[in-house]
Write a protein that binds this ligand. Structure first.
Ligand code: UDP
Length: 481
């Protein structure tokens, strides 16, 4: 159906088949589905290219695996490119990631110029990424914007919690980011100062059709988990406190262990809860094994703690574990959004989450879970204990958690916003999307003053805006006579 010429390029192209989007009707209803089809109509056969830095592991890869088939199902030519890099490249981009999330660490000019920019040059040397719209995800591939080999309306999608980004890294990235036509963030507090481009608020989402997000009865879930439970010698009859994430410093798995050990001393007699921490490492994350060792050391010889690493049949196991767990714990110190929170809530499991990044958008304290500070171990332990001992509360919160996800964080909700953005930037629609976070940007002001070929607002709107701009400008020149 689609022209896959992009396959010949040296950065990797991920081919994925379209899905029948009518399969989403049971989850979102007919009306929402019709709206998506309507939005997609003028985008038929238009190319939407996405660029990121890994096929597997982490939330971005997770989402693109569903976004591409979904938009292809709508007739849009969704494409997915993955930049290739050496270990050095991923070491430096991991530093970017940490610095953007507020962890200070040394970074050298050699790393920036050689490991980072040279790799970006290499990736774009013989490669053209062409799309009516191109979305570049996260800082790893951000610099490709300057190489002149990416064509189209290009947006930057930031999935990271940049609210406390290090000034050094932000100053380095800002000139690149300001070259994009717009930037998408998960929450308004992530959009930093000095962005001269339009910024939009879009939340990530999960795909209800994925194996991971399928609903299973307890019996079905235990069948899926049979092998892994036998391998690790896990007794399914015991209450489970669950955590799933990459082994990463910000995920605070050591903190979960501390809280669990505290809780064990207090839990009602005869309950014998266990803690299962499941984790993997993304190919663009070189720090995973170091953190895994730290988590292992924190667990020590505690027989009630199970650390699962890169398990077989990952997706089904994640979904099944989430569905039978008594509670899910995600107390990151930094978190762009936390898709694992969404996934656990979708499985009807209440979440103890930290008041960090995108987690409070999902967890509502006292109605579908508990919000805590990431190092409030007493509180976290208390939350675990409550869910283990109070089945009624667990069921009530779990039901409300699932409904919150159904209404807000399923794939079609996110794609609806992406399509609105595509229509706006391709100038199919003139109205500024209502999830835009900033007003007129520098670029738009200069375009209003000096003109451009196509203006995204109506003529009346344009007139009003130019007047507003003139009023707002502190002009030193005298009035023209
Ligand atoms: N994940 C997984 N297996 C694991 C650990 C994580 O499949 O052992 C998945 C998880 O289900 C989620 C994604 O990886 O879909 C992690 O996304 P999230 O937004 O939670 O965190 P990120 O890794 O992007 O920081």
């Amino acid at each position: 159906m689609f022209d896959d010429r992009s396959r010949k390029y040296s950065n990797q192209y991920v081919p994925l088949n379209p899905v029948d989007i009518n399969l989403y009707e049971p989850f979102i209803g007919k009306e929402a589905l019709e709206q998506i089809k309507f939005l997609a109509k003028p985008l038929y056969k238009k190319v939407w290219a996405n660029v990121n830095s890994t096929f597997v592991g982490g939330g971005v890869a997770e989402m693109l695996q569903s976004v591409i088939p979904f938009v292809r199902g709508l007739g849009i030519d969704g494409r997915w490119f993955v930049v290739e890099g050496s270990d050095d490249f991923f070491t430096v981009t991991k530093k970017f990631h940490n610095l953007l999330q507020g962890i200070d660490q040394p970074i050298t000019l050699e790393e920036i110029f050689h490991a980072y920019l040279d790799t970006i040059d290499e990736n774009t040397k013989n490669v053209k990424v062409v799309g009516h719209m191109v979305t570049v995800h996260d800082p790893q591939p951000a610099a490709i914007i300057m190489n002149g080999n990416v064509y189209g309306h290009i947006l930057w999608r930031c999935h990271i919690d940049t609210s406390n980004a290090s000034r050094r890294i932000w100053r380095f990235l800002l000139p690149y980011i300001n070259q994009f036509e717009g930037a998408i963030f998960t929450a308004p507090e992530f959009a930093k100062n000095n962005l001269q481009i339009p910024t939009y608020e879009v939340c990530p989402s999960i795909d209800p059709l994925r194996k991971k997000n399928k609903h299973r009865s307890r019996k079905e879930a235990l069948k899926v988990l049979e092998d892994v439970f036998n391998e690790y010698n896990i007794d399914p009859a015991r209450p489970i406190v669950l955590a799933v994430s990459r082994y990463d410093i910000h995920k605070n798995q050591v903190g979960i262990i501390k809280a669990f050990k505290l809780m064990k001393q207090k839990a009602a007699r005869g309950k014998h809860p266990i803690l299962v921490i499941m984790g993997n490492s993304a190919t663009d994350d070189p720090e995973g094994s170091k953190i895994y060792e730290e988590v292992k050391a924190a667990a020590g010889d505690d027989k009630d703690i199970y650390l699962l690493l890169n398990v077989k049949n990952n997706d089904e196991v994640v979904g099944a574990l989430m569905s039978i767990a008594d509670c899910f714990v995600h107390i990151s110190t930094k978190e762009g959004f936390g898709l694992v929170v969404t996934e656990a809530m979708w499985q009807g499991t209440p979440v103890i989450g930290s008041k960090v990044g995108g987690i409070p958008k999902q967890v509502m304290h006292g109605s579908n879970g508990f919000l805590v500070a990431p190092y409030e171990f007493e509180q976290i332990a208390k939350g675990m204990q409550t869910f283990i001992e109070d089945k009624n509360l667990r069921d009530e919160f779990g039901k409300s958690a699932r409904e919150h996800v159904r209404q807000n964080f399923l794939l079609p909700h996110m794609v609806t916003k992406e399509l609105i953005l595509m229509r706006y930037h391709l100038e199919i629609d003139n109205k500024i999307p209502d999830f835009r976070m900033n007003k007129l940007t520098y670029k738009e002001i200069s375009q209003a003053l000096y003109g451009r070929t196509v203006w995204p607002f109506s003529t009346n709107d344009l007139k009003k805006r130019i007047e507003a701009i003139w009023e707002g400008l502190d002009l030193e020149c005298s009035d023209p006579k």
